[in-house]
Structures are given as structure tokens and as C-alpha cells.
Design a protein around this ligand. Structure first.
Ligand SMILES: [Mn+2]
Length: 308
């Protein structure tokens, strides 16, 4: 029976490539593993798969009666539909431990590093002593560059950098920073994309103190790229909030060159912003210098503010 390997909903490059890389590792261990994705590829992931000539994983959004493994998440809100009606065999992650549980013991490996790709490298090399195929190494390297925002994110650790250098050698990527910039430009492509699609491009729902809180993020080489789209984005955020019965919707407009985030906010409780970030909302947004990571600089202070 095939074992599906899945990243989170609204997949980013790490979720797509980690599914492929972990499935490849499982195959080397004799498991009939199939990489899958829970949604469409973003422009950056498309570029990455094209560059390393790797096929797009198949779409799987429901795991009823399936055996499966998760990468890059362990939160129910980001997991496939009917996650509890299939058999979960493994989780490889680099986030806080989520709310998924299992009736049986499983393989569970999470590390506080910048990318699932870094954890997978350690599984390949340290735990299972398997070779990484050059194409797969290229995917894992790309995920590290993406998740750590070219090593600038607060989530980036010395391990991520060291592993990226090893992977670049295996993949034959001579100038990884140049490749990272090429990816960042693809990630920044916003022109002609519907506002709601931009919100959902890299979006996660969280349960904070019993309330549904959505956080989207656009990583941009310049905020100028969205300067004349903010009205439309704001309207779309209001729709997203209504449709999903959400308490709040946050959109991080992250400037990776200036290294900060303009946080746009639609919420039932505007005071939550000052509670979380020590700075009040000015109109519909607030500028947060130095903030680039949703996982490390957005989710923890918001969870605290929501009393989750
Ligand atoms: Mn990740």
C-alpha cells in the first residue's frame, strides 16, 4: 500500500520539497512512499521544481483509509482532511508541536531549525546514512534558502547554513545566494494575481484561545510591489475573515531587503495588536521592524495576546 507524504495546506517550497525528499528517503528504506501536495504550487516552488527537473507531486487533500506521513507541520488546521481516518506513520517538522495525536507510536522528529530540509539532511546523513540524490539536494537547498529568507530570518540557525553549504555541493549549485535571489524574485511576483490568491499564497490558520486566526505572508524584494494593491488586499482580507468565521486575519507584507514587516490587520479586537507587539494599529496596518518570521515573531506573541 502506498504511503503518502504530505506537507501543509497552502504549500510553500519547504512543504513541497520536504514531501519529495522524505518520500525519496523512505523509498531508500524500502517503503512505497509517494510525495503529495495539499494545494497548488506557488511561483517560487514552480521555479524550484523546474530548475531541478523534478515532477510536481500529486494532489491529495483527504487521507481517509490512507497511510501517510506529514512534513513541515503537525497542526490539525494545516493537515489533510480526515487526518484521523487514515493511519499517520511519521512526522518530520521544525515548528512547535501541534495538536495532532495518534493512537500508536510513530516516528516523530522535530528540531528547532529554520527548515524541514535541514532536519531531513540529518535524517539522511546521521540517522539512516543514505546518499542524497543531487536533484533532491537541490530541492532541500532551495527550501532552506526560502524558509530562512536567504539566512536572514530569526529562525535561521548555524545548522541551516552549514547544511545548505553541503547540499549546494551535492546539487552542484555554485552560487547559492544568486539562486536564492532568483527564487526571491519569483516569490515576489504579485502582478496580475487576484488579491485573495495573494493572501492565500502562504497562509496558515491557527487556533488561538479557541478563536480562528489566519496569518498570510508575502515575502517581497520591495514593498513598492504592492503599494497600489493595499486597498484591494484589505477588502479581500475582510472577505476571508467573514467566509471563515475568523476572529482575525493578518497579512504580513515582509520586505526581505529592508528586513521588516508591514502587518495588515482585520480583527474583531484591534487592541490585540498592541498587546502582542507593543505598538498600536495605525489605521489598517503597523510597521514591525526586524520581523520576518511568522513562526517565531508573529505566532508566539499573538498566542500570548490571545491567551492561548
Ligand atoms: Mn518550513
Amino acid at each position: 500500500m502506498a504511503v503518502y507524504v504530505l506537507g501543509h495546506k497552502n504549500p510553500d517550497t519547504d512543504s513541497i520539497t520536504a514531501a519529495i525528499a522524505f518520500a525519496e528517503l523512505q523509498k531508500k528504506l524500502g517503503v512505497d512512499a509517494v510525495p503529495a501536495r495539499q494545494g497548488d504550487l506557488n511561483p517560487e516552488s514552480e521555479l524550484v521544481l523546474k530548475k531541478f527537473e523534478v515532477e510536481v507531486p500529486e494532489l491529495v487533500t483527504d487521507v481517509t483509509d490512507k497511510q501517510y506521513m506529514l512534513v513541515d507541520h503537525s497542526d490539525i488546521k494545516q493537515a489533510p482532511d480526515n487526518w484521523d481516518k487514515g493511519e499517520l506513520l511519521a512526522i518530520v517538522d521544525h515548528h512547535k508541536v501541534g495538536d495532532i495525536t495518534t493512537p500508536n507510536p510513530i516516528f516523530f522528529c522535530a528540531m528547532p531549525v529554520g527548515c524541514t530540509g535541514t532536519v531531513l539532511y540529518k535524517l539522511y546523513v546521521d540517522l539512516y546514512k543514505k546518499e542524497i540524490d543531487p536533484k533532491v539536494a537541490g530541492l532541500m537547498l532551495s527550501a532552506i534558502l526560502s524558509d530562512t529568507v536567504l539566512f536572514k530570518s530569526a529562525t535561521c540557525t548555524p545548522d541551516d547554513k552549514a547544511v545548505a553549504e553541503e547540499l549546494a555541493k551535492i546539487a552542484g549549485v555554485d552560487d547559492m545566494m544568486a539562486w536564492g535571489m532568483e527564487m526571491a524574485k519569483a516569490k515576489s511576483a504579485v502582478e496580475g494575481v487576484a488579491p485573495k490568491d495573494l493572501i492565500f499564497r502562504d497562509y496558515k490558520d491557527f487556533n488561538m484561545g479557541g478563536k480562528t486566526v489566519g496569518i498570510g505572508q508575502l515575502e517581497l524584494v520591495s514593498l513598492d510591489l504592492v503599494a497600489n494593491m493595499k486597498d484591494d488586499l484589505y477588502e479581500a482580507m475582510k472577505e476571508v475573515k467573514e467566509e471563515g468565521n475568523r476572529h482575525s486575519v493578518f497579512l504580513m507584507l515582509t520586505d526581505i531587503m529592508q528586513e521588516g514587516t508591514e502587518l495588515m490587520v482585520v480583527t474583531d479586537d484591534p487592541s490585540i495588536v498592541e498587546k502582542a507587539f507593543g505598538k498600536p494599529l495605525e489605521g489598517r496596518s503597523v510597521w514591525l521592524p526586524g520581523v520576518m518570521s511568522r513562526k517565531k515573531q508573529m505566532v508566539p506573541p499573538l498566542e500570548k495576546a490571545f491567551g492561548a
